[in-house]
Design a protein around this ligand. Structure first.
Ligand code: ZN
Length: 345
């Protein structure tokens, strides 16, 4: 059996993965997936473009003008979000209010959450993690809208900013799995349907309290073995892209919580195997799949770093590893950037 290499910090892997993504942001319309060869060719071209300022990738979109996106400022407050984000890339938005507020809610791509406001000087501030899903998002501008109800009544105010979603050319991998894990037997379909409904319900949570902080802790110290967004051909059939990170882990190795949270769901699922869903508040959920053992219960409050269970190879898994997923307002996004953010409370 192959000896697994454990590393002190997976950060270099995540950094390399993220700089690849940055280089592969594309113009629209675009096809998200590619064969590995063009992916390598693109990488070579992008490297050449970095080295020679006169050379640029054909069709690359000009940067969005600073005034057109990313920021909304008024006498009542400020909403700051990045001007651009790759589809699948999570991003942080910050809200700063000039005066005290009773309540604030945020809406992005048709989904909403209340914001946990913290007093800041004479006003208040809040942060949220948002993102678009590689499965179904389209490139183009999307509004982030924050509605604020002032303390003691008064007319609600609206802050609005826009983020331009960009395509990323992504590689494709071919995997050979147990045929029952690619086309499950009819007898398993009701079970799979029930488990999907439970997962949807857990991912639909938008608890107003914010428990998360960035950066996230690494749930296991193992190497990154499969990235978010990679296209998948399973037993010769094109399937949904991979919407999480695979991290190397031995059976029985402890898996820890990436941030403070409340256990939203646990189970022994057909695809996810033994799994834990943690609700970190404001629609941010993390997922831990293929465990050999679950050590927490639904409703339990857990601290960042607390053991949730043991790594394994249950469900649709070809070897022992941890599949780590992140959902932002019900959309599965790339967990990797959340390990790399500068710390903020
Ligand atoms: Zn996975």
């Amino acid at each position: 059996m192959k000896q697994r290499r454990l590393i002190a910090s997976p950060l270099p892997y995540f950094s390399a993965h993220l700089s690849n993504l940055k280089r592969h942001r594309l113009t629209r319309p675009c096809s998200q997936f590619s064969n590995p060869m063009p992916w390598l060719l693109m990488l070579a071209l992008a490297l050449a473009a970095c080295l020679s300022p006169g050379l640029s990738l054909a069709g690359r979109r000009p940067p969005v003008a600073p005034a057109a996106a990313g920021q909304s400022k008024s006498a009542g407050g400020e909403l700051v979000c990045p001007q651009t984000a790759a589809i699948g890339e999570p991003f942080v938005v910050r809200v700063k209010l000039a005066g005290p507020a009773a309540q604030a809610s945020l809406t992005f791509m048709g989904r909403s959450t209340s914001l946990a406001l913290r007093v800041s000087g004479p006003g208040a501030e809040a942060v949220a993690v948002l993102g678009a899903d590689v499965l179904d998002a389209r490139p183009g501008p999307q509004d982030v809208v924050v509605r604020v109800t002032p303390l003691g009544g008064g007319k609600p105010r609206t802050l609005k900013a826009s983020v331009e979603l960009l395509c990323v050319k992504r590689p494709v991998e071919r995997l050979t799995l147990d045929p029952a894990m690619v086309d499950p037997p009819d007898a398993e379909l009701p079970r799979i349907g029930r488990e999907r409904a439970l997962a949807r319900q857990a991912l639909g949570r938008a608890t107003p309290q914010r428990l998360w902080k960035l950066p996230f802790s690494h749930p296991v110290p193992g190497e990154l073995s499969s990235i978010y967004g990679i296209g998948r051909i399973l037993n010769g059939e094109p399937r949904s892209p991979h919407r999480g990170l695979d991290l190397e882990a031995d059976i029985g190795q402890p898996v820890i919580a990436a941030a403070d949270g409340v256990v939203a769901l646990t189970g022994g699922f057909y695809y996810a195997g033994n799994c834990v869903y943690l609700d970190h508040g404001q629609g941010l959920i993390t997922m831990y799949f293929h465990l050999s053992e679950v050590r927490v219960e639904t409703g339990q409050r857990v601290a960042r770093g607390q053991v949730l269970g043991m790594a394994g190879d249950t469900g649709r898994s070809t070897r022992s590893h941890l599949h780590f997923g992140v959902s932002a307002l019900g959309r599965l996004v790339d967990p990797a950037p959340l390990f790399l953010y500068d710390a903020f409370p």
